[in-house]
Design a protein around this ligand. Structure first.
Ligand SMILES: Nc1ncnc2c1ncn2[C@@H]1O[C@H](COP(=O)(O)OP(=O)(O)OP(=O)(O)O)[C@@H](O)[C@H]1O
Ligand SMILES: [Mg+2]
Length: 267
């Protein structure tokens, strides 16, 4: 069901890099996943969720991760988000090798440089939309007034200026996910990670959320990495990478490194 042949929009990637680099040398990728393995359990019961996945996410791009259920998308996003550690290989985010961070370092990375958007929205039911957007800023110690102002600016950005005082239960699914996108932007992250953010929405609403992610990638200069099954949404991505059997599927017989423009092992 995920055999949609999405070709990477190759032209968009150099453009994004060029813009980020100000026209000089190409900017380093926002995310580099290099030879990553993740094995759950051990012995006969071991599950090899990732078996040497390698790919890059260009700065400023909206990159979609596709692959059938169980192919390792969530596992990979968790590694990039510093929520889990690989069994082998390296994950670099915004120039930082995550293996070099301790728990406090990972916490700071997740709080200050990454915004998360989940399929189930993950809003706090008793808080208003504006308060939900303010939560990451609270964790960072931003003063109340500044928090409120930024929450309102972000809610306006996602088209919810009129809904700031409503609680999640008083909002539609699409509106709740817009609040979640605003919340993900709260601390001006370098990277937004979204795991099937449209999975609980009808196709039209899902498309509008994907368009919103694309718009914020442009307007806020944030890089977006999104896992999705939906072929329509894949068309909105600058680049599509596909997970198959725990590796990145590529059109080249010599594997995903060459296909993704990652340096060859011997170079
Ligand atoms: N904590 C865990 N313990 C054991 N196995 C796990 C764990 N997390 C994931 N797995 C296994 O790793 C494989 C990849 O799972 P993952 O959730 O990454 O897939 P996915 O591509 O996100 O699937 P879906 O599209 O259904 O969300 C699966 O076989 C899954 O059962
Ligand atoms: Mg998943």
């Amino acid at each position: 069901m995920t055999d949609h042949q999405a070709t990477p929009a190759a032209a968009a990637v150099p453009a994004a890099r060029g813009a980020a680099a100000g026209g000089a040398a190409p900017a380093a990728p926002m995310v580099v996943v290099d030879g990553v393995h993740r094995t759950f359990g051990s012995g006969e019961r071991a599950v090899h969720a990732l078996r040497g996945a390698s790919f890059e996410v260009a700065r400023g791009s909206l990159t979609a991760l596709k692959g059938r259920s169980g192919s390792g998308k969530t596992t990979l996003l968790n590694l990039v988000g510093g929520l889990d550690a690989p069994s082998g290989g390296t994950v670099t985010v915004d120039g930082t090798d995550l293996a070099g961070l301790d728990e406090a370092g990972l916490l700071a990375l997740r709080r200050d440089r990454i915004g998360f958007v989940f399929q189930s929205f993950g809003l706090i039911p008793v808080l208003t939309a504006a308060e939900n957007v303010g939560v990451p800023m609270r964790m960072r110690g931003v003063p109340a007034k500044e928090r409120e102002e930024r929450a309102r600016t972000l809610l306006a950005l996602v088209g919810l200026a009129e809904h700031a005082e409503q609680r999640p239960g008083e909002l539609s699914g699409g509106q709740q996910q817009r609040v979640a996108v605003a919340r993900a932007l709260a601390n001006e992250p370098a990277l937004i990670i979204a795991d099937e953010p449209t999975g609980q929405l009808d196709s039209e609403t899902g498309r509008s959320i994907m368009q919103l992610l694309r718009a914020v990638a442009r307007s806020e200069g944030v890089t977006v990495l999104v896992a999705t099954h939906d072929p329509v949404l894949l068309e909105l991505a600058d680049e599509v990478v596909e997970l198959r059997d725990g590796r990145i599927a590529g059109p080249h017989p010599d594997g995903d490194r060459a296909a993704r423009g990652v340096r060859p092992p011997d170079a």
